[in-house]
Design a protein around this ligand. Sequence first.
Ligand SMILES: NC(=O)c1ccc[n+]([C@@H]2O[C@H](COP(=O)([O-])OP(=O)(O)OC[C@H]3O[C@@H](n4cnc5c(N)ncnc54)[C@H](O)[C@@H]3O)[C@@H](O)[C@H]2O)c1
Length: 243
Amino acid sequence: MGDRLAGKTALVTGAAQGIGAAISDLFKSEGATVWGVDRTPGVTDFTFDLSNLDEIDDFVRALPSTPEILVNCAGIVLTRPFFEIEREGFERTFKINVTASFLLMQSIAKHLVEQDRAGSIINLASNSGLMPKLEQLDYGASKAAVISMSRSAALSLGPKKIRVNAIAPGVIDTPMTQAIAQMRSEIRGIPPEETLRPVVESLPLKRMGSAAEVAQVALFLASDESSFVTGQVYVVDGGQWMH
Ligand SMILES: NC(=O)c1ccc[n+]([C@@H]2O[C@H](COP(=O)([O-])OP(=O)(O)OC[C@H]3O[C@@H](n4cnc5c(N)ncnc54)[C@H](O)[C@@H]3O)[C@@H](O)[C@H]2O)c1
């Protein structure tokens, strides 16, 4: 328990499990009021499907107050070979990973500016947005867009005292990673753990990361300790980028 976020309020999307849940837990333990959002009912403070793009602004207006910390963590990944990428899945990936994150960021920033308050926005990208991964063309492209969008927003919002940074995790032990292993297992005809083993062995740190380790970087970016940091991409991937 600490006080690194004492007095602050954070909205965390995708908070029902994985990285979003770890970020919510850590932020609460550091004194923040945290509002979790997820489409999965009954787990978080708010049940809301971010693919309802037209309702995002109303959702933000209905919050008890404007949070000065936003963590855009909700995301989806579809894993399939190049020629099996269908337009509907491609567009759904961008809708949730990019468009919903943008609209939430824009809506919260607008209220913060109106109230003349500082803020910190953290967008979950992926190292897939920096390096190509087999069978994840649209996911990687969407995460590259998240990185670009974070930098552009940082440029626009810096003069308004709102910092924007991205985190680009590598292989993190969450339900999403297990789902990817399952999808690759079906494509490649090998057991799910065999799709992960060579990747993990290739990492300098020789293991998957934990959601809690990603949450520690989010905590730094949300707190005043990073008060002069904006427009950055923090790669949290056990050194995978060096391959
Ligand atoms: N796990 C990894 O290895 C990894 C690596 C790089 C980046 N990331 C990114 O980190 C973020 C979190 O990943 P995770 O592994 O915890 O994923 P996860 O699949 O375990 O959890 C994601 C959560 O987001 C929620 N969500 C998805 N679509 C939603 C929607 N339309 N509206 C509301 N909620 C929605 C899901 O219900 C789920 O609770 C994602 O953006 C992901 O792309 C994860």
